[in-house]
Design a protein around this ligand. Structure first.
Ligand code: ASP
Ligand code: MG
Length: 452
């Protein structure tokens, strides 16, 4: 059994952060940790900018960007080794930057940037951060070692958003990575990157390191996948909207997915799916507050609360379609939804009444076009600039009284639409966007801030 510890860009942003990471990894050494690192904060963005500049023939701009990235790595190296990084490390870093410079020269010359070369460039961020961290960590734990994720993260060749070949990854991990695991030693590897069949470097898409961690964790049958970041987990609401929001202790995969659909930034549930499917808990933890609270995500909900979180999303528009003659007739809704399908517009919430149906669409939906298409067979009123506020929880459906409490908390608000999600894990209301933050706060107060 091992534990996978993934640290995001902000957790490895400089020497001080990396020392903290090393301290956490050191504590986990008895568990044979696999450490998955992102690029140092902002590096990937800079590499993308540099590549684009080189492509446009602005080699000087590309070099400036690369220089800044190099400076950050060399500075971190000095910080980690008290001003005197091992020569080998300095040379290694310098070599990677020389290679990068040559790639940029080529780009400027050819005026062509294939997704394949972009991946070769983007992957450098993770190769650099892990080279640096592994060198430092070995000074504290000599048996620990750097490992090239491309040896085991086999993907298809869709550069920029490659799909892992899960079965192959599992076999490769078991054959090449698992035998290296040993109590007292950490393996340091890259998130985000992989290789296709021909050996070409690929990337899993922006933010892909969580996915890497969860893939490796699943393949290893790890005890836990830890996502170390700069928040204490997933919160009961956006703390900017509800000051007393707190980290959720236990979250189910479905709840995490629901919150992500509402724009929770902490993690994308698809990326943790491999671990969750393998029944491995995924925790979200704060790198600088390791003793603090954190969230555990599992396949099945094990929390006791009916309501897990309050979330908000907007702006959205509401279309209210009224037809006294037709609504009850067979085929009306099919005809209505056909209008949306034809235009590739997805409908989120739907609420039907005897003679009308209300539905929400995203802010960028082609409203005029939709109205024009619906008008020949029904009246269509549009309310713009609305927001959806949702009460999320997998136990909602089994808990009587939640809707009553929610509506009671919203008594002073003008709720325009109410909908219980078909998956029964969210109860959503639609209001004017300007009222939504206060509605969220009121719901949060009702469900999470009861005076004791
Ligand atoms: N470094 C990559 C990015 O910034 C991957 C990651 O951090 O997860 O998108
Ligand atoms: Mg991330």
């Amino acid at each position: 059994m091992s534990v996978v510890m993934k640290f995001g860009g902000s957790s490895v942003a400089d020497a001080e952060c990396m020392r903290q990471v090393a301290t956490l990894v050191e504590r986990a050494l008895p568990e044979a940790p696999v450490v998955v690192l992102s690029a140092m904060g902002k590096t990937t963005d800079a590499l993308f900018r540099a590549a684009r500049a080189a492509l446009e023939g602005r080699l000087d701009v590309a070099r400036e960007e690369a220089k800044a990235v190099a400076a950050r790595h060399h500075e971190a190296a000095r910080g980690l080794f008290d001003g005197q990084p091992p020569e080998e490390l300095e040379r290694g870093l310098a070599q990677r930057f020389d290679e990068l410079d040559r790639i940029f020269q080529g780009l400027a010359l050819l005026g062509e940037l294939s997704p394949r070369s972009m991946d070769a460039i983007a992957a450098r961020g993770e190769l650099l951060s892990t080279t640096l961290f592994a060198a430092y960590f070995r000074a504290r734990s000599p048996h620990s070692q750097w490992f090239d994720a491309r040896e085991v993260v086999r993907t298809d060749s869709a550069h920029g958003s490659a799909q892992p070949r899960v079965e192959l990854v599992r076999a490769l991990v078991r054959g090449k990575l698992a035998p290296l695991l040993r109590a007292g030693r950490a393996i340091v590897t890259q998130g985000y990157i992989g290789a296709d069949e021909s050996g070409a470097t690929t990337t899993l898409g922006r933010g892909g390191s969580d996915w890497s961690a969860s893939l490796l964790g699943a393949a290893l049958g790890a005890r836990e996948v830890q996502i170390w970041t700069d928040v204490e987990g997933v919160y009961t609401a956006d703390p900017r909207l509800a000051a007393r929001a707190e980290p959720i202790a236990e979250l189910s995969f479905a709840e995490a997915a629901e919150l992500a659909a509402f724009g929770a930034k902490v993690l994308h549930p698809a990326t943790i799916q491999p671990a969750v499917e393998a029944d491995i808990p995924v925790t979200v933890r704060h790198t600088l507050r390791p003793a603090g609270r954190f969230t555990t995500i599992r396949g099945q909900s094990s929390g006791a609360r009916a309501v897990t979180a309050i979330a908000m999303r907007g702006p959205v528009h509401v279309l209210t379609v009224t037809s006294s003659r037709m609504l009850a007739q067979a085929g009306f809704l099919a005809r209505l939804f056909e209008v949306f399908r034809e235009r590739g517009v997805s409908v989120d919430l739907v609420a039907t009444a005897e003679v009308s149906v209300s539905l929400t669409v995203e802010a960028d939906a082609p409203l005029d076009d939709l109205v024009a298409a619906i008008s020949p067979f029904a009246r269509c009123d549009v309310s713009r600039d609305r927001a959806i506020v949702a009460v999320v929880g997998e136990r909602l459906r089994n808990t009587p009284g939640v809707s009553a409490r929610a509506l009671d908390a919203l008594a002073s608000f003008h709720v325009e639409m109410l909908s219980m999600g078909a998956n029964e894990i969210n109860l959503s209301v639609v209001l004017e966007r300007s009222a939504a933050p206060a509605a969220l706060a009121a719901l949060h107060a009702r469900f999470f801030e009861r005076a004791s």
